[in-house]
Design a protein around this ligand. Structure first.
Ligand code: KG4
Ligand code: ZN
Length: 332
C-alpha cells in the first residue's frame, strides 16, 4: 500500500510517500518561517499562497526520489484540520484532485493524530500504549495513545501553547521570531535562581496547563529592568525556561501515574528544548519510565506523519471521506 501524504495546515508544506511494507520512502518539507519572520507571526494569506507554489513541485520531487509515479499510489492522505482554513484547502484540493484523477481513495487526517502516530516512524519506536506530550507552537496536550484511533485527551493548555509562550516571551525580550530556540540558547547561559517566576497550574490537581500568566510575569520582570544587560536577559530567560520545564515535566509524571503507563513520547518543536530533555531523562531514570524523542523532522509539522496516519487508517478500514477541511476540530 503506497500512500502520498500532504500537509499544509500552517506554515510548512510537507509531502511524503509511505509504503506499508517498505516504510517511509521519501519526504520533503518546505518551511515558510523566513517569509513570516518579518511580520512576527504567520500571515494566513501568505501561507496559503506559498503552499500553492510549493506543493506540486515537492510532490514531483518526492515521487522522483522514491522512484515512483502517481499511478503507483494506492491512496492520498491530507491534513483535513485543524489549522488555517485557506492553508488547509491547498492540500485538500490537491489530494482530492489526485483522488478523482487516479480513481484512488482520499483520506482526511486529523493533524494531531499525525503528530501522535509519528513517533512510530522513529527508531527506536514506542509500543502502544503510551503517553504523548505534544508541545509545539500551536498545541500543548497530554494524550493517552492506546492504538490507532484510540486517543484520550488527558489535559491541554487553557490559553497559550508552550511554544507560543516561548515565542511571545522571546518577542517581548526583543529576541526575534520564532524566538523559542534563541530564548532557550540564552537561558542555558543564565542563572535560573536569580529571578523566581510562577509555575502556573503546577498544583491544579489536573493535567491542564496555562502559560499566558507566565508571559505576563516576564513582562513585569522585564519592565523592572528597563536597562537590561546581556546577563540579566539570560537570567530572565533561564527563570522562564525553568518554570515552563518544571510544569511540563511534573504534568508528564502525573499523566504517567494517572494512566499507569510506562512510556512517554515528546513530540513538537518544544521537544527540542535541552533543559526539558535533561529533566525528563532524569525523571525517567528515577521513576522507571521510558522517554522517546523522535527526530525533530518527525516532531514538527511534516508530510510523513500524514502519509503514515493515512496508511494506518486504511489498514484499519476507515472509509475515505468527502472533500472537507475542518479549521477547528477536537481529536478527543
Ligand atoms: O512543532 P513546531 O515546529 O511547529 C508548530 O508549532 O507547528 O514547533 C515550533 C515551536 C515554536 O514555538 C518554537 O519556538 C518552539 O517550537 N521551539 C522551541 C525550541 N525549538 C523550537 N522552544 C523551546 N526550546 C527550543 N529549543
Ligand atoms: Zn503541528
Amino acid at each position: 500500500m503506497l500512500v502520498l501524504g500532504l500537509e499544509s495546515s500552517c506554515d510548512e508544506t510537507g509531502v511524503a510517500l509511505y509504503d506499508s511494507k517498505a516504510g517511509l520512502l521519501a519526504h520533503r518539507l518546505h518551511t515558510q518561517m523566513a517569509m513570516h519572520a518579518e511580520y512576527g507571526g504567520v500571515v494566513p494569506e501568505l501561507a496559503s499562497r506559498d503552499h500553492v507554489r510549493r506543493i506540486l513541485p515537492l510532490t514531483a520531487d518526492c515521487l522522483k526520489a522514491a522512484g515512483r509515479e502517481l499511478a503507483d499510489l494506492d491512496a492520498i492522505a491530507y491534513t483535513e484540520g485543524p489549522g488555517l482554513a485557506g492553508a488547509l484547502l491547498v492540500a485538500a484540493a490537491v489530494a482530492n484532485g489526485l483522488g478523482v484523477a487516479l480513481g484512488k481513495p482520499v483520506i482526511g487526517i486529523h493533524h494531531l493524530e499525525g503528530h501522535l502516530l509519528s513517533p512510530l516512524l522513529a527508531d527506536p519506536a514506542p509500543q502502544f500504549p503510551f503517553v504523548a506530550l505534544l508541545v509545539s507552537g500551536g498545541h500543548t496536550q497530554l494524550m493517552a495513545v492506546r492504538g490507532v484511533g484510540d486517543y484520550e485527551l488527558l489535559g491541554e493548555t487553557l490559553d497559550d501553547a508552550a511554544g507560543e509562550a516561548f515565542d511571545k516571551t522571546a518577542k517581548l525580550l526583543g529576541l526575534g521570531y520564532p524566538g523559542g530556540p534563541a530564548l532557550s540558547r540564552l537561558a542555558d547561559q543564565g542563572d535560573p535562581t536569580r529571578f523566581t517566576l510562577p509555575r502556573p497550574m503546577l498544583h491544579s490537581g489536573d493535567l491542564d496547563f496555562s502559560f499566558a500568566g507566565l508571559k505576563t510575569a516576564v513582562l513585569t520582570l522585564a519592565q523592572k529592568h528597563p536597562e537590561r544587560d546581556q546577563q540579566t536577559v539570560a537570567d530572565i530567560c533561564a527563570a522562564f525556561q525553568a518554570a515552563i520545564v518544571e510544569v511540563l515535566s511534573a504534568k508528564c509524571r502525573a499523566a504517567l501515574k494517572q494512566t499507569g503507563l510506562k512510556q512517554l513520547v515528546v513530540a513538537g518543536g518544544v521537544g527540542a528544548n535541552r533543559q526539558l530533555r535533561a529533566e525528563l531523562d532524569d525523571q525517567a531514570v528515577r521513576r522507571r519510565f521510558k522517554v522517546f524523542y523522535p527526530p525533530l523532522e518527525l516532531c514538527t509539522d511534516n508530510g510523513a506523519m500524514i502519509a503514515f496516519a493515512g496508511a494506518q487508517r486504511l489498514a484499519h478500514g476507515r472509509p475515505a471521506g468527502a472533500f472537507a477541511v475542518k479549521p477547528r476540530w477536537d481529536l478527543a
